[in-house]
Design a protein around this ligand. Structure first.
Ligand code: PMP
Ligand code: GLU
Length: 406
């Protein structure tokens, strides 16, 4: 980001801040909101956010918390009942045993990830990030002065990194590996066999830790969700991150958590004691109700996400220059779009890269999407499928018409 500093007035902003990129997903969503406010009929497929309301029983618990006067600071790592309910969830869904002092509740999974990275990564440490990756990982690692080492999965393997690739990438400086499964942006889901092979590599490298981002756990169309922490030989070195934003449609409540070895959980607790003092008391009561209510509300939403995925794949199969693997989870499609690079738009400009193509679609189709560049995949583009069916049909009708002009 260029600064406006001059010799006479140097920028007051830190080098740290100036080295940081704005979140591309949030930047596109902002642009989209601005255009909508100006009266443009833009369809927003850039933001990865459920379009469902938070289920009523969860809202009711929040109202009750307010009526109960539950408005004070909570313990930094979360209220005991919620931490216990998270342990119960890990047992029920993932067959994992944790004690509640291994759980840290945070202001979204985003903060849980940041806590873990800031607690583990020293300046210069290498963090192997399975790529394509979620936009914020690289910037979080930068904040900790770590070095991101992207490890790129191939289109043929649905963008999933293999154990052999991981083995070849580990060095003496490797501190951490991180990935999401189901993956944002690709929708790929690691199988038990694949994660078992990754665990076997980690078992041979005792200095390497793993950050497993499982926020899309419930939005899985293949059925089995596997946690890396289920492999006993590495469980102590896996930090499992999850949250309420996706599975319970609770993005605005800012509620996420991690489970880790007790000393790592204590470090994350210390980190957030100085930064947030823990997350919102009302949200925690809502999260408690969410978990106690099981996952049936999530199942209803997942049925809609699956239907929308199929709807969109059925349209994009007629756009051969979008090479689109079938996502097995999350709510995105992530096609390869490089066939369009070098082509000329109707205004005479050249589409040089995925960012140009995203801007073309925004201006010509009035559909906002996110360039693959921010996900470490410059030949790809991310389209969210978390929108109503009729909006998706209209968006892809427009996209198809606009792409045909190139
Ligand atoms: N990880 C991934 C892969 C995500 O897509 C998101 C969604 N923003 C997050 C973490 C953070 O979620 P939260 O809203 O809980 O901070
Ligand atoms: N997870 C969403 C996305 O990837 C939310 C945006 C964000 O938190 O950056 O679009």
């Amino acid at each position: 980001m260029p600064t406006t500093a001059t010799l006479a007035s140097p920028s007051p902003l830190s080098d740290r801040l100036q080295a940081m990129n704005e979140s591309a997903t949030i930047a596109m969503a902002k642009k989209c909101r601005e255009l909508i406010a100006k009266g443009f009929d833009v369809i927003n497929l850039s933001f990865g956010e459920p379009d469902f309301q938070t289920p009523q029983y969860i809202k009711d618990a929040a109202k009750q918390a307010l009526d109960d006067g539950f408005t004070f600071y909570t313990p930094v790592a979360g209220i005991p009942e919620l931490r216990q309910a998270i342990c119960d969830k890990f047992k029920r869904d993932n067959q994992l045993d944790f004690l509640s002092n291994q759980i840290v509740v945070s202001t979204g999974a985003k903060q849980a990830l940041t806590n873990a990275i800031m607690s583990l990564v020293n300046p210069g440490d290498e963090v192997i990030v399975f790529s394509p990756y979620w936009v914020s990982y690289e910037e979080m690692i930068k904040l900790a002065e770590g070095k991101t080492v992207p490890l790129v999965g191939t289109l043929e393997n649905d963008y999933k990194v293999t154990a052999a690739q991981l083995e070849a990438a580990i060095t003496d400086r490797t501190k951490l590996i991180m990935y999401s499964s189901p993956c944002n942006p690709t929708g790929a889901v690691f199988s038990r066999e694949e994660l078992g092979e990754i665990a076997a590599i980690l078992a041979r490298h005792p200095q390497v830790y793993a950050l497993a981002d499982e926020i899309y756990e419930y939005i899985n169309f293949v059925g089995e969700h596997v946690s890396l922490a289920q492999f006993a030989e590495v469980k102590d070195r896996v930090i499992t991150v999850n949250g309420f934003s996706k599975g319970y449609a609770m993005t605005g409540w800012r509620l996420g958590y991690l489970a880790a070895r007790q000393d790592i959980a204590a470090a994350c607790d210390k980190m957030q004691s100085q930064i947030t003092s823990g997350t919102c008391s009302i949200s925690q009561r809502a999260g408690l109700a969410a978990l106690r209510g099981g996952r049936s509300s999530a199942d209803e939403m997942v049925a809609a996400y699956r239907r929308r995925r199929d709807l969109v794949l059925d349209i994009v199969k007629d756009i051969p220059d979008l090479k689109t693997p079938t996502p097995n989870g999350a709510f995105y499609i992530f096609p390869e779009v490089s066939a369009y690079f070098g082509r000329t738009a109707p205004d005479g400009s050249t589409i040089n890269n995925s960012t140009d193509l995203a801007m073309f679609l925004l201006n010509d189709a009035l559909v906002s999407v996110v360039s693959g560049e921010a996900f470490g995949a410059p030949n790809c583009m991310r389209f969210s499928t978390a929108a109503a069916d009729d909006k998706l049909v209209e968006a892809f009708r427009r996209i198809k018409a606009s792409l045909a002009k190139l």
